[in-house]
Ligand binder design. Structure first.
Ligand SMILES: Cc1ncc(C[n+]2csc(CCOP(=O)(O)OP(=O)(O)O)c2C)c(N)n1
Ligand SMILES: [Mg+2]
Length: 678
């Protein structure tokens, strides 16, 4: 049953507490009013929660936002970021009142929705609803995993909680369902959610669209659920958060009934308070109703600030205590401590890639199969690499041999079974990456990257080192048909800024693709792999695959003379392009073949390098990729052509599909000749 919590007797510090709480409300109103845009209502409503959480429960040190032992906090409803900014300023992070005044302005540290990076203390980029909930699940999973690996009897060195705040919208979004369902299954006891039950979304009362019983829903997931009937009841919030932590055998949700824009005479409990300034007059009336001592904007009473800033001392003490424990751990287990530090700094051992597999002509195989071998070789040296798939492990082959399955009580294992939850997986991968100490890999069919795209985008925006393995990368998957055959996915992934897409041509390029992916730490990498077998390119005859790191490289030259034609291909189509190159060469056509596994890596190269690969003087250029041609026009130019696919695929054995769609050696040769006007 859901437990109800209400407060005990009022403490003698009540007035000061109220002043501290109202300081958040005032800063939220004023900052939004000054910016003439933003979301004041929810920050105002959740001010008491922020006060209780940041004063009494959350373990953090404003002077060191990166302290590993801190509790994590994710504001999933990123629109309410003024709540977080005000709290970070008041508790004494490196964020000033001027920063608050710069809310939503160019280059400010207080952007319109919370972003990971510009603001110290902000743990995740949130705004797209539901994502932060998934991030929190990922963080809690990372914590449980690292605790399982690094803690020793008497040394609970990994022992922190992850808190999140979710709004109605966060819990309506499917991604939070996926993530919370998995969190309940995995019994992530250090995960504590607070649901802002204000019964308002943008279009009006939630009764318009929603009659879920959220408490029952989360109980059904296996969560510990409590209700706080009044979001202004500091004692009840305090008690509920304590009880949530005590319920350490499963995740907790505290459902807090709040009133959006609490204190505003005309805007409280209205949807208008969600996303617009209250208005000068209403701000004034609200301050009066709150008994606020000044009508001056951004007025912060000294007693309030002084009381809030006790968080600095508290934080320094908490970190020092933890540091003491850590020193004892380091003395008792020096090797483990060194390894933990290596992981937290994201440092790679010098020889991490010394023993990656090498493939010879006899090793023709799908690039997904080659990838599996590389991944397992990497995992020997880099135990921080963990992950799995959304119920497609046998297909994507992201399986750590002898890695064990992550399960409740077996969190130290390496294979994460995300279940059929691609979107949840995407958000959880981001949380794993944000937490640190692990290097997350998630996998599914390329087509189902569609189901995780919002999380991929956030990984890219936040610069997170997540690695995606997307297998079944084209019509080459064959009989499963057009529902499963990606066509436009490569183009759409390549359109995401700061996402690196790599589609290796053969097993040897798959090795290099992993080498790049592991080294690449400032954004996600998607490895796009075949289901079908591809040959191993004979590197004694053609250029080495180390060129992959440049995104594109010259694989084959004409036997003599300057090229008159550039063939450019990726993935399984390199085999066709090689066949065409041979035929054209035999016919006396001077063609250069470029393998371009990654447009992003190539685009990041110097113009000089790019010109050595795509010779500016050669305007007859043909790109070959069994997918939407759109991204290729940049590389083939006005006089070039693309042999791609501008329709959905079909259900049939794949050789027939390539034949029917004209993506064959013959097709390449024909288009090349057309381009050359011969
Ligand atoms: C995925 C996604 N869809 C839509 C939006 C636009 N949006 C922002 S807040 C919101 C709903 C507001 O209601 P609620 O989540 O309950 O937040 P509250 O206003 O109560 O703070 C919507 C639809 C969004 N931010 N993310
Ligand atoms: Mg709401």
């Amino acid at each position: 049953m859901t437990a109800g919590v209400s407060s005990g007797p009022a403490s003698r510090d009540t007035d000061l507490e109220q002043l501290c709480i109202d300081t958040i409300r005032v800063l939220a109103m004023d900052a939004v009013q000054r910016a003439v845009s933003g979301h004041p209502g929810t920050a105002m409503a959740l001010a008491p929660l922020a006060y209780v959480l940041w004063q009494r429960h959350l373990r953090y040190n404003p002077a060191n936002p990166d302290w590993f032992g801190r509790d994590r906090f994710v504001l999933s409803c990123g629109h309410a970021c003024m709540l977080l900014y005000a709290t970070l300023y008041l508790t004494g992070y490196d964020l000033s009142l001027d920063d608050i005044k710069q809310f939503r302005q160019w280059h400010s540290r207080t952007p319109g929705h919370s972003e990971y990076g510009p603001t110290p203390g902000v743990e995740a980029t949130t705004g797209p609803l539901g994502q932060g909930v998934g991030n929190a699940v990922g963080m809690a999973l990372a914590e449980a995993h690292l605790a399982g690996i690094f803690n020793r009897p008497g040394h609970q060195i990994v022992d922190h909680c992850t808190y999140f705040v979710a709004s109605d919208g966060d819990l309506m979004e499917g991604v939070s369902h996926e993530a919370c369902s998995l969190a309940g299954h995995l019994k992530l006891g250090h995960l504590i959610g607070i649901y802002d039950d204000n019964r308002i979304t943008i279009d009006g009362a939630t009764s318009l669209t929603w009659s879920d019983d959220t408490a029952q829903r989360f109980e059904a997931y296996g969560w510990h659920v409590q209700r706080v009937a009044d979001g202004n009841d500091v004692g009840a919030l305090d008690a509920a958060l304590s009880a949530a932590r005590r319920a350490a055998d499963r995740p907790s949700l505290v459902i807090v009934r709040t009133h959006i824009a609490y204190g505003s005479p005309h805007k409280q409990d209205t949807p208008e308070a969600h996303g617009s300034p209250l208005g000068e007059e209403e701000v004034k009336l609200t301050k009066q109703r709150l008994g606020w001592p000044s009508l001056e904007p951004f007025h912060v009473p000294e007693e309030s600030l002084a009381h809030w800033r006790r968080a600095r001392e508290r934080g320094a003490r908490l970190e020092a205590e933890w540091q003491g424990k850590y020193e004892a751990y380091r003395r008792a287990h020096p090797e483990l401590a060194t390894e933990l530090e290596r992981r937290l700094h994201g440092r790679l051992p010098d020889d991490w890639d010394a023993d990656l597999p090498a493939f010879t002509a006899q090793d023709a195989q799908a690039t997904r199969a080659a990838s599996a071998k590389v991944l397992n070789a990497i995992a020997v040296k880099l135990p921080e690499v963990i992950g799995g798939s959304a119920d497609l492990a046998a297909s994507t082959q992201v399986v750590f041999k002898d890695g064990g399955d992550v399960a409740a009580g077996n969190w130290h294992a390496k294979n994460i079974h995300f279940g059929v939850r691609e979107h949840g997986m995407g958000a959880i991968l981001n949380g794993l990456a944000l937490h640190g100490g692990v290097r997350p890999v998630g996998s599914t069919f390329l087509i189902f990257s569609e189901y995780m795209r919002p999380s991929i985008r956030l990984a890219a925006l936040s610069g997170l080192p997540a690695i995606y393995v997307f297998s079944h990368d084209s019509i080459g998957l064959g009989e499963d048909g057009p529902t499963h055959q990606p066509v436009e996915q490569l183009a759409s992934l390549r359109a995401i800024p700061n996402l690196t897409v790599i589609r290796p041509a053969d097993p040897t390029e798959a090795v290099e693709a992993w080498r790049v992916a592991v080294r690449h730490r400032h954004g996600p990498v998607a490895l796009v792999l075949t289901r079908q077998t591809v040959p191993v390119i004979d590197r004694s005859k053609y250029a080495p695959a180390s060129g992959l790191r440049h995104g594109a490289y010259v694989l084959a030259e004409p036997p003599a003379g300057k090229p008159a034609l550039l063939l450019i291909a990726t993935g399984s189509e390199v085999e066709l392009a090689l066949g065409a190159h041979e035929r054209l060469t035999a016919a006396g056509v001077a063609a250069r073949l470029v393998s371009m596994p990654s447009m992003e890596l190539f685009a990041a190269e110097s113009p000089e390098y790019r010109d050595t690969v795509l010779l500016p003087s050669v305007r007859a250029r043909l790109a070959v990729e069994a997918a939407s041609p759109q991204p290729w026009y940049r590389w083939v130019g006005d006089h070039g052509a693309v042999l791609g696919l501008e329709r959905f695929g079909a259900s049939a054995p794949y050789p027939r599909l390539y034949q029917e769609f004209g993506i064959t050696v013959d097709g390449v040769v024909r288009r090349a000749r057309e381009l050359l006007g011969a």
